[in-house]
Design a protein around this ligand. Structure first.
Ligand code: PGA
Length: 250
């Protein structure tokens, strides 16, 4: 694993955007696995800025998003399709038909998950998967205790995740209780992984994920077994990992 420590959120966002843009420049038709949440917003803003300057094009790029709330329409302001449009897709030249997000209104979650697994395979797999990490070590909506062998599946959110996401919905009761999510198996099959972490509240879980035992209780710990992981974080999120002896690149 390569670890890049940045002083603050802005510089870590720039670093992550650098890695994403290098992927797109060297392979314009890359399949990017994309993530939502608070952490990647700054990296997406940076990519938009570079696109607007003419330094970057996504005209051939394909994308698959990690997850979507089950029961939310793509037009709902808290749906992850909406998030991706507002934070990235509406501002760059990626073709709408090349962007893929799970359908939160699918009548059959089982059929929708099977379709998504097949879609990822038909695209040739994911070249670079962007990830955030939950306070409980979840990646996408793979919560503690979920099997590492799962592909895309319907998930029941944990109390900790509902709590963390209440800030986006305003009221706790408005947070959906279920989501469709890529599984750990889909994530581990990506050729490269870029995981971003920010803020003191993540410092302990980052340490457990990358220095502790590999366990389904900390889903992100499985990334220790992936051959090409880059961790980008700010000092607040990474200081405990560094104090525990993890080498950093810069
Ligand atoms: P955050 O979420 O980026 O909003 O902290 C990360 C996650 O839950 O995966």
């Amino acid at each position: 694993m390569r670890v890049y420590l940045s002083e603050d959120y802005k510089s870590m966002s720039r670093r992550a955007a650098n890695i994403l843009s290098a992927q797109v420049i060297t392979k314009p038709d890359s399949v990017l696995g994309l993530a939502t949440g608070g952490t990647p917003v700054g990296a997406y803003q940076q990519l938009v800025e570079w696109y607007q300057k003419g330094d970057l094009s996504f005209a051939e790029t394909r994308s698959v998003n990690l997850d979507e709330y089950y029961g939310l329409s793509p037009r709902h302001e808290q749906s992850y399709r909406y998030f991706m449009q507002v934070n990235l897709f509406d501002h760059i030249d990626i073709k709408y038909e090349n962007t893929h997000v799970l359908d939160g209104l699918a009548k059959s979650p089982v059929a929708e998950c099977a379709r998504y697994n097949q879609l990822i395979r038909s695209l040739g797999g994911i070249d670079l998967q962007l990830l955030g990490m939950g306070h409980n070590g979840h990646i996408a909506f793979n919560e503690p205790g979920d099997g590492f062998e799962l592909e895309t599946h319907l998930v029941t959110l944990t109390e900790s995740t509902i709590e963390a996401n209440t800030r986006f919905f305003g009221r706790r009761e408005d947070v959906p209780r279920q989501a469709l999510s890529m599984g750990i198996k889909n994530i581990m099959q990506a050729r490269r992984i870029l995981i971003m972490v920010s803020g003191e509240a993540k410092a302990d879980i980052v340490c457990r994920a990358f220095r502790g035992p590999i366990s389904t209780q900390v889903p992100a710990s499985i990334l220790q077994l992936h051959p090409d992981v880059t961790l980008v974080g700010d000092r607040e999120a990474l200081h405990k990992l560094v104090e525990a002896g993890e080498p950093v690149c810069g």
